[in-house]
Design a protein around this ligand. Structure first.
Ligand SMILES: Nc1ncnc2c1ncn2[C@@H]1O[C@H](COP(=O)(O)OP(=O)(O)O)[C@@H](O)[C@H]1O
Ligand SMILES: [Mg+2]
Length: 433
């Protein structure tokens, strides 16, 4: 196989990441490896050609997690390669396998496998006494019903290896478990996940309550060297899709310390070596971090942008430096705050979207994106891809940034005609939670 030379290899195509790398790397620096099926469905050759940093796109079995080692062994090493990064959640294991094969810093294959499997992650966290909800694997509706009955009539049903809240359902005592199981078992993202990729596995968890946060940390040789806490809000109801994030989270220092300790334990428990982690935690009773999940890649939902706005510099550049075996300059503390807020809209056929310009002109607002347009559909949001848009704002404090983002969202009005069936037309972004 002829491989174009490249400094960085990306396992799984991400337009967002390529766009960011355009600002950091010389032309023709990045080789994208992607599943043939995804290359076709997402027209990757055509779309990736827009980025100057692209060196080429090669078909590879980046989602065949069981076959990751032979895939890496069979992949010719680009002569100048200095770093391997996962472009998408489904490329985390492939990136780790390639880095290991080529002798470059990376997650480490055992850690990557744990981070791609919520059941394996629960086992690893339990072995390290990291607080987390009770859980068990679920093979059918009966398992979910039994677990719910044993846990006070509430539970969370989720796939073990998806993202973006796809198929995640918060269930109460009166919810129909058979219907819920059917919905979770069929939740998929065919434009991002290859059909041959590992089959779905599911788990059911105790339902925790409390403020939700994520922790983004850069890790070098198993040691966290940068640490950020993001506050998150989630839409109410059965489908816990993120509604907003604020950096830095406004938390007492003891809670920050507890999160730092919990995340450090998790790094040890997984054996994660080098790169970035995006860990999600619920603060039970407002103070005690309990693990929701952890991804072995950069955060989605523009959290990386919020971190850059708040801390200065580029999280991606720092991660790339680490993955090249070097030590980046790291910021000490945030210098301002930044927030993203996702739009919500009534369900139906869109008649009009107003207020977008007014929102964009508000002081502190940096970005307004509306993903629905006249005559498009808006339906119930059940995963991150279906959200109808977002705004990004900054402020001197977390509260100010969050309030500005909320004001901007409130300025935008989506009016709809009578109800229509079907999914929201918002389309697929790159990298959610
Ligand atoms: N055990 C739990 N208790 C309460 N809420 C949960 C629990 N597990 C997940 N959630 C909610 O569901 C969301 C999505 O679940 P998560 O495990 O993070 O899956 P995904 O990989 O799709 O993001 C979380 O951000 C959180 O809001
Ligand atoms: Mg999540």
């Amino acid at each position: 196989m002829k491989v174009p030379d490249a400094r960085v290899v990306m396992a799984g195509y991400s337009a967002g990441l390529l766009s960011d790398l355009d600002g950091l790397l010389p032309p023709r620096s990045v080789l994208v490896l992607e599943e043939p099926e995804i290359i076709r469905v997402r027209r990757v050759h055509e779309r990736a050609a827009d980025f100057a940093c692209l060196a080429g796109v090669l078909p590879a079995a980046t989602q065949d997690e069981d076959g990751a080692v032979p895939m890496a062994a069979g992949m010719p090493r680009p002569e100048g390669v200095r770093a391997v990064i996962p472009g998408v959640e489904y490329g985390v294991v492939a990136a780790a396998a390639l880095a290991a094969e080529w002798g470059l810093p990376g997650a480490g294959l055992p850690a990557a496998r744990i981070l791609r499997d919520k059941l394996a992650l629960r086992d690893a966290a339990a072995a390290a006494d990291i607080p987390q909800p009770a859980w068990r694997p679920a093979y059918g509706a009966g398992d979910v019903a039994a677990f719910r009955a044993a846990h006070g009539g509430a539970c969370v049903l989720k796939p073990a290896n998806r993202q973006a809240s796809l198929g995640v359902q918060l269930l109460g005592p009166d919810d129909d478990i058979g219907a819920a199981w059917a919905r979770t078992a069929t939740a998929d993202e065919p434009t991002l996940r290859a059909a041959h990729a590992i089959p779905g596995r599911y788990l059911v968890e105790q339902r925790l309550t409390g403020p939700e946060v994520s922790v983004e940390t850069l890790v070098r040789e198993g040691v966290p060297v940068f640490f950020n806490i993001t506050a998150k809000s989630v839409q109410p109801g059965r489908h816990p899709v993120e509604l907003g994030h604020v950096v830095p989270a406004d938390l007492p220092s003891q809670t920050g310390d507890a999160l730092h300790a919990a995340m450090s334990s998790l790094i040890k428990a997984t054996g994660f070596e080098c790169g970035i982690l995006h860990g999600e935690w619920i603060l039970v009773d407002g103070v005690s971090p309990h693990l929701v999940e952890c991804a072995g890649r950069g955060p989605g939902d523009s959290i990386d942008t919020l971190i850059d706005l708040a801390h200065g510099g580029s999280l991606l550049e720092r991660m790339l430096t680490l993955l090249q075996g070097e030590t980046p300059a790291l910021p000490q503390a945030p210098v301002r705050a930044a927030a993203i807020r996702f739009l919500t809209a009534p369900h139906g056929r869109v008649r009009e979207v107003t207020g977008t310009e007014r929102a964009a002109e508000l002081p502190g607002v940096l970005e307004v994106r509306v993903a629905v347009a006249k005559d498009g559909n808006v339906a119930a949001v059940t995963n991150s891809w279906e959200r109808p848009g977002h705004v990004v704002a900054t402020g001197a404090t977390a509260q100010e940034a969050a309030e500005t983002a909320e004001r901007a969202v409130a300025a935008i009005a989506v009016t709809v005609t009578d109800d229509v069936e079907g999914a929201t037309d918002a389309g697929t972004g790159d990298g959610a939670e």
